[in-house]
Design a binder for this molecule. Structure first.
Ligand SMILES: [Zn+2]
Ligand SMILES: [Zn+2]
Length: 80
């Protein structure tokens, strides 16, 4: 086979508000790790815990693009 494995970059992430449990959809920034998000429903700002990378890494099943690139580099995968 010899095809290089690819790690797909997610385009959107669904983040659940801690205050009202509304699921908010956000575009995943290509070169940033978002440190907070403002809820579409109640407006409450959710801030990343100091131990976490960003709201995408902390509150969704996905990872932010910088974290994905690091992981891909470590595993020898191609990022797309
Ligand atoms: Zn909310
Ligand atoms: Zn992250």
């Amino acid at each position: 086979m010899g095809r290089k494995r690819v790690l797909r970059i997610p385009k959107i992430a669904s983040i659940t508000c801690r205050a009202c449990t509304k699921v908010c959809t956000r575009k995943v920034p290509l070169d940033a790790s978002p440190g907070y998000f403002d809820c579409d429903g109640c407006g409450v700002r959710t801030v990343v815990p100091v131990t976490a990378c960003c709201v995408i890494c902390a509150f969704t099943k996905k990872k932010c693009v910088p974290a994905l690139r690091l992981e891909a580099h470590r595993l020898g995968l191609e990022v797309r």
